[in-house]
Design a protein. Structure first.
Length: 160
């Protein structure tokens, strides 16, 4: 029973990761909302999760280690999202991560004009909400639930 539950949760994490990425790209490219740099970084754990899960099915003797890696990945995702929420709410000042595009050294006038035409999105500006919550808030909830689930799977892994 534990094995079936584990497989279901891993498949569900895989599905959530794909849906989260598709939704983020939908909001960006179809609805036209530009993400900030932290929003882009918050997509990375979902990409890593997809790769780790696919590799764990190919190399199933590393399954327990892949579950531990998923736990670490989504724990980092939770911390990153909490940091982003702190910036959104004004508890934390924006860092260099939020201004990576604007801190580039540009040499030619064409590059300067191109940079002026692109709008830099601040990490503290919430551009898209669902039911009054930013996507960062939903990312915190999803990451916490996945972290909790993978911790439970890891701790119960050797039980028969």
């Amino acid at each position: 029973m534990i094995k079936n539950n584990k497989n279901f949760i891993i498949k569900f994490i895989f599905l959530i990761s794909i849906v989260a990425l598709l939704f983020a790209y939908f909001v960006e490219y179809i609805l036209g909302y530009q993400p900030c740099n932290l929003c882009l970084l918050e997509r990375i754990p979902y990409i890593v999760a997809i790769v780790v899960i696919l590799l764990s099915y190919k190399f199933n003797h590393f399954e327990k280690k892949s579950i531990l890696l998923l736990t670490i990945v989504f724990l980092v995702a939770t911390i990153l999202s909490l940091y982003h929420l702190g910036i959104e709410k004004g508890f934390i000042e924006e860092s260099f991560v939020c201004n990576l595009k604007s801190s580039m050294n540009l040499l030619s006038k064409d590059e300067i004009l191109k940079q002026l035409q692109t709008k830099n999105i601040s990490c503290k500006d919430v551009t898209f909400t669902i039911f009054g919550l930013s996507l960062t808030s939903y990312n915190i909830i999803i990451s916490l639930l996945i972290t909790y689930s993978t911790i439970r799977i890891y701790l119960d892994y050797d039980k028969n």
